[in-house]
Design a protein around this ligand. Structure first.
Ligand code: UDX
Length: 469
């Protein structure tokens, strides 16, 4: 059932559709805003649940009303209203519970859209959008929120298995190199593969789902990645051997900031698109700290830590010679009998003169504050890019998905951080913080600042008269 999309007297209508998770909404709403600035009519399709939170914690109406063609639409994410949607929930619920309802709702939005949608930009994890687009005859581009390196590793998993490099035998050396991912033969180790690759079962359902979605991403009309040629050129070349239309349009937050600053001036208060209430008090605390003296510690929007891990981290930070700003998201500490949250209160009490704890920080602003000298991160791709652009070296403590590969790239390829993968010990935390913030401070600051400088060439023409160039 095709709609009439022949009228080109109006701006092209693009529908942007993210996976309903903070890390995915963040970059896709930025892409949507860039397209709105370029003159497209834009529909941003969000889940009811996340849209409510976007409205609650951000001044959405005031921000987006400047784009006359920008609208939000909402659909179900397929989960019951009372589902907590915290922890790593979506991988377990995705195929059976979320996908069928989201697919049906997407179809309904597209069929009823006026003017008709000319192009869908869907999250690469939402492979079902390709089936709907084909059925309705609408061009579709997939956008992957994870790194190109991770995309390429996911794509290569069947080849790694075929070559006998997976499964990993539990007792063997996790530092063994994986030789079957083209372009990464010299640095990708077993321990840098996504965590689901550590299972002995090569039929693991999550691994199969991720491979399926990744391979499907290359069947779309084009693939967009949130990176720059200058950062990930060699791996982008590898991906282009499988799909000729691969566009590196990022880092999107930097692209958007450049355009908004040009239009409204540097002091303009950027839209934060956050799903939690931002505690800006930490900025006042940072204002009182010397330049490059504070390490920022935050693990994104999904990762949880155990009570024991948080205590190890905290003692490591406390025993280091550095002040810290720590984010502990609500419900992100897993303890016995609800003990998780208590430990945060105890830490707050003990760390008054050494650190500052918030539930959710204005991360981009924090990373760009002169007092910040390092970022203790889980290496989610948004956090990694935000740190790269701000020129802040990292201590990498990845937890799952693309984070392990990102961590390896940061520490071994770009050499702008230290790898703390698979360890959580206060002595090691202390040593790494001292290395990045004190003992090897100048070395890391120099490499981080060099990579920040080459992060993005200004792109003035990635949209040209209704066509991507
Ligand atoms: C997830 C995956 O981990 C990530 O690798 C994938 O590419 C996208 O989805 P998440 O784990 O939340 O995302 O990490 P990340 O990609 O780093 O995104 C977190 C975002 O939340 C960042 O843009 C960060 O600026 C923001 N944030 C985080 C805040 O604004 N305040 C905070 O206190 C913490």
């Amino acid at each position: 059932m095709e709609q009439d999309r022949s009228s080109q007297s109006r701006p092209p209508h693009v529908l942007v559709f993210p996976l309903p998770i903070q890390g995915h909404i963040n970059s896709m709403i930025k892409l949507a805003e860039l397209l709105a600035i370029a003159g497209f009519k834009l529909t941003f399709l969000n889940s009811h649940h996340n849209h409510e939170r976007l409205v609650k914690f951000n001044n959405i109406a005031a921000h987006f009303e400047r784009y006359s063609g920008f609208q939000f639409k909402t659909i179900t994410d397929g989960l019951p209203l009372d589902h907590p949607r915290s922890g790593n929930w979506f991988l377990d619920m995705f195929e059976d519970t979320m996908e069928p309802k989201m697919k049906e709702s997407l179809r309904e939005v597209l069929v009823n859209s006026s003017p008709p949608v000319d192009c869908i930009i869907a999250d690469g994890f939402l492979g079902f959008a390709l089936d709907v687009a084909k059925e309705l005859g609408i061009p579709i581009i997939f956008f992957r929120t994870s790194s190109p390196c991770c995309f390429w590793v996911y794509y290569s998993i069947p080849d790694i298995i075929q070559a006998g490099e997976l499964p990993i035998n539990g007792s063997e050396d996790m530092d063994r190199l994986i030789t079957t991912v083209p372009g990464m033969e010299t640095y990708l180790r077993c321990r840098d593969l996504p965590t689901f690759c550590r299972k002995l079962d090569i039929e693991d359902s999550i691994m199969k789902l991720v491979v399926k979605q990744t391979r499907k991403s290359l069947q779309a009309d084009a693939l967009i990645l949130n990176t720059a040629e200058e950062l990930d050129g060699p791996i982008l070349s590898q991906i282009r051997t499988k799909c000729s239309r691969v566009y590196a349009v990022g880092p999107l937050h930097a692209q958007l900031n450049t355009r908004i600053n040009a239009k409204h001036g540097e002091s303009y208060d950027h839209f934060s698109n956050t799903l939690w209430e931002v505690d800006k008090s930490c900025m006042f605390w940072l204002n009182k700290q010397p330049n490059r003296s504070v390490i920022y510690v935050s693990f994104g929007s999904i990762t949880s830590t155990s009570r024991e891990q948080l205590v190890e981290l905290w003692y490591g930070l406390l025993n280091s010679k550095t002040k810290f700003l720590l984010v502990v998201r609500p419900n992100s500490v897993i303890g016995k009998d609800g003990e998780g949250e208590d430990v945060v209160m105890e830490l707050m009490e003990k760390s008054k003169d050494r650190g500052y704890i918030v539930n959710w920080a204005p991360q981009e602003a924090v990373l760009n504050h002169p007092a910040i000298g390092g970022f203790f991160t889980h290496n989610g791709w948004n956090s990694t890019l935000e740190s790269v652009v701000a020129g802040v070296p990292m201590i990498c403590w990845p937890q799952f998905a693309d984070q392990h590969v990102n961590c390896r790239v940061v520490s071994e390829v770009w050499k702008i951080g230290l790898d703390m993968k698979d360890v959580c010990d206060s002595k090691i935390v202390e040593k790494m913080v001292n290395d990045v913030m004190v003992d090897r401070k100048e070395e890391f600051a120099k490499s981080a600042s060099e990579i920040a400088k080459r992060k993005i060439r200004r792109r003035s023409r990635w949209y040209n008269g209704g066509r991507f160039t």
